[in-house]
Write a protein that binds this ligand. Structure first.
Ligand code: AMP
Length: 283
C-alpha cells in the first residue's frame, strides 16, 4: 500500500491505473464502518484509494475541528488490512492552496436537517469531495448510509455536474445496542456510551409505528420526542421524516421514507437514520 500526500503523486498513480478504481473519502479515525466501505471497494475494483483529510471547510466555528481524532498510523493499518492500494492524505495546503476561493452549492437536498443545523457544512462537503473526485477520478465512489443526507447530496452533485463516477451507498455498520459507529463515539463517556443506542431504538420504534399504519409525520415526531428525552443528557437537534432521494420533509407517509435524527448526548452530536414505510420492516 502506498501513502501519497500530494496532488502530483496522486496524478502519477492515477495515470498508471488500468482497471476500475474505487474511492472511499474519509476524515480518518477509521472504524468498522469505514472498513466495510474499503472492503466493498476492494472487492469490486482493481484498485482502491482511501483519502484521509479532516476538512476544515465542513466544520462550523464552534464545532470539533481541533479535537477531531487523528490516529494516523492506526488508520493506515486498517487501510492495509482491508485492501486499500493507496491512502491519499493531503495536508491543508495541498487541498486549499493560498488564494483558493471556490465553493460548490448543491441546491435542495441540503436545505433541511444537517444542512439547517450546520450552516455551510454541505458546501464544505461538496467542495472537498468534488476536488477529491477530480483528482482521484474514480469509477466508483463509496459512501455510507450512516450519513444519508450527505450521500443523497453527493449523488445529486455527481448527476448535476456530469461526473463520471458511480455512487455506491453502503449500509450503516452498527455496534453494541445498534449504535451507529462513528469517529465521534470516542468522545462519549462510558455512561453516555451505554445511553447512546437510545437514538437508534427510538428511530426503530417510529419505524414500527409506520409499518403498522401511522402515516402522520407529526405523530411520528411526537412519538420520537417522547422516547428520547426519557434518557439523561439528551438534547434533540432534529428529527425528520424525509423523501429518501430529495431529503425534503414529506406531508404524509404513504411510501418509503427516511427517518433522520440528530441529538447531542452531553457535548457529543450523534446522527442516525433508518428506512421506513407502510408495511415495511424498518432498518
Ligand atoms: P467520515 O470519516 O465520518 O467523513 O466518513 C467517511 C465515510 O464513511 C462516509 O461516507 C460515511 O458515511 C461513512 N461511514 C461513517 N460511519 C459509518 C458507518 N457506521 N457505517 C457505514 N458507513 C459509515
Amino acid at each position: 500500500m502506498e501513502v501519497i500526500q500530494t496532488k502530483k503523486e496522486l496524478r502519477e498513480f492515477r495515470n498508471g491505473v488500468r482497471g476500475s478504481l474505487g474511492f472511499v473519502p474519509t476524515m480518518g479515525a477509521l472504524h468498522e464502518g469505514h472498513a466495510a466501505l474499503i472492503r466493498q471497494s476492494a472487492g469490486e475494483n482493481e484498485r482502491t484509494v482511501v483519502s484521509i483529510f479532516v476538512n476544515p471547510m465542513q466544520f462550523g466555528p464552534r464545532e470539533d475541528l481541533a479535537k477531531y481524532p487523528r490516529p494516523f498510523e492506526r488508520d493506515l493499518d486498517i487501510c492495509r488490512e482491508t485492501g486499500a492500494n493507496v491512502v491519499y492524505a493531503p495536508d491543508h495546503a495541498d487541498i486549499y492552496p493560498a488564494g483558493f476561493g471556490s465553493a460548490v452549492e448543491v441546491s435542495g437536498v441540503g436545505d433541511h436537517w444537517c444542512g439547517a443545523s450546520r450552516p455551510g457544512h454541505f458546501v464544505g462537503v461538496a467542495t472537498v469531495v468534488l476536488k477529491l473526485l477530480n483528482r482521484v477520478q474514480p469509477d466508483r465512489l463509496y459512501l455510507g448510509q450512516k450519513d444519508a443526507q450527505q450521500a443523497a447530496l453527493l449523488d445529486k452533485m455527481v448527476l448535476d455536474l456530469d461526473l463520471e463516477t458511480e455512487v455506491v451507498v453502503c449500509p450503516t455498520i452498527r455496534g453494541a445496542g445498534g449504535l451507529a459507529l462513528s469517529s465521534r463515539n470516542q468522545y462519549l463517556s462510558p455512561g453516555e456510551k451505554a445511553a447512546a443506542p437510545a437514538l437508534y431504538r427510538a428511530l426503530m420504534e417510529c419505524g414500527r409505528q409506520i409499518k403498522m399504519g401511522q402515516t402522520s409525520p407529526q405523530k411520528i415526531a411526537e412519538i420520537f420526542q417522547g422516547l428520547l428525552p426519557g434518557y439523561d443528557g439528551w438534547r434533540l437537534d432534529y428529527f425528520g421524516v424525509a423523501d429518501p432521494v430529495t431529503m425534503s420533509p414529506v406531508p404524509v407517509i404513504d411510501r418509503k421514507v427516511r427517518l433522520l435524527a440528530a441529538a447531542f448526548l452531553g457535548t457529543t452530536r450523534l446522527i442516525d437514520n433508518i428506512s421506513a414505510g407502510p408495511g415495511l420492516e424498518p432498518g
